[in-house]
Design a protein around this ligand. Structure first.
Ligand code: NDP
Length: 284
């Protein structure tokens, strides 16, 4: 029996611990701005309870949910299928109900790709990416699927860096290579896009410096940072001073919200309501 009209459709986040989550304010701001009869609820779900939580979402007909660490991998066995990039990454941060089935997607990389496409088409481009964790994996896979020609993964730990490079070479058409991060990295002149996908610069370590030779950042390059808080990281400010086109991590986060809401509600929402909400939390 369909739910009565007066009940909003439910979406939310399964996390442990359910820390203060700006995504809640961001998504709710979009629902309110567009008069969408949906709610987004922050739920604390332990690893032991994840299966029950997913069964609960099914029972209540949730339109979908986000899940963060440590659930991004474990949730896969509880879902009915995976989108293409989530299957390659082996990680899901967004479950979407389609025809009564829950399909796992990963919006981390898709949100980044949307930001990137606003300034450059990644097809045929050469990307330098610092980091090899979850965000880097998502960005690497999504930009590779969008046709990036070459992806250089620069990471402190060789094991994680090489694993990401192997994944990209095995599962996509991009040519990936690994560089061990030692001292200041020189970005080569043919690079089109430089991405910080590490946690360096995240609040409260806002003065932390990315080990990169700033003299090798040139005006033709796009420099992107995944750090959403603060939006204007040290890297973004330094790259801007050198005339690069810059993309902050807030745009990536907002775009994830836009994509999730499209998945859950079918609606195309206006990013500005969400960006305004996040800027009121993090500062512009
Ligand atoms: P992980 O812990 O999975 O990976 C962290 C990465 O950062 C690793 O590659 C790690 O290197 C590297 N790193 C951390 N500290 C240093 C350091 N001092 N020097 C060199 N390398 C370092 O984290 P995630 O990938 O999940 O998240 C990374 C960042 O991305 C977070 O700050 C998060 O806020 C942000 N993020 C932003 C999103 C957005 O929408 N804007 C979405 C998702 C994440 P090593 O392997 O050597 O340890």
């Amino acid at each position: 029996m369909p739910a009565p009209d007066f009940l909003p459709a439910l979406t939310g986040s399964f996390a442990q611990p359910a820390a203060e989550n700006p995504t809640v304010d961001m998504i709710e701001a979009a629902y309110q701005h567009h008069g969408l009869h949906f709610r987004y609820i922050n739920c604390e779900v332990s690893s032991a309870s994840l299966a029950d939580a997913v069964r609960g979402a099914r029972a209540m007909g949730w339109a979908g949910f986000n899940c963060s660490l440590p659930h991004k991998v474990a949730v896969i066995d509880l879902l009915d299928g995976l989108g293409e990039s989530a299957a390659i990454m082996g990680a899901v941060n967004c479950a979407v109900r389609r025809d009564g089935q829950y399909i796992g997607e990963n919006t981390d990389g898709k949100g980044f790709l949307e930001s990137l496409k606003s300034v450059v088409d990644p097809a045929g481009k050469s990307i330098v990416m610092f980091g090899a964790g979850g965000a880097a994996r998502a960005i690497g896979v999504e930009t590779a699927l969008a046709g990036a020609r070459a992806i250089t993964v620069v990471n402190r730990s060789a094991e994680r860096g090489q694993a990401l490079v192997d994944l990209l070479n095995d599962m996509t058409d991009a040519q990936a290579s690994f560089v061990q991060w030692e001292g200041d990295y020189d970005v080569s002149t043919g690079s089109d896009v430089v991405v910080n996908a590490t946690s360096i610069g995240l609040f409260p370590d806002v003065d932390a410096r990315i080990p990169v030779n700033l003299d090798t950042l040139t005006p033709g390059m796009v420099v992107a940072d995944v750090i959403p808080n603060p939006p204007r990281t040290r890297l973004i400010r330094d790259a801007e001073r050198r005339g690069c086109t810059v993309l902050d991590g807030l745009g990536m986060l907002v775009n994830q919200g836009v994509i999730s809401i499209k998945y859950w509600t079918g609606a195309d929402v206006e990013p500005s309501a969400m960006r305004d909400k996040l800027e009121s939390i993090f500062g512009g």
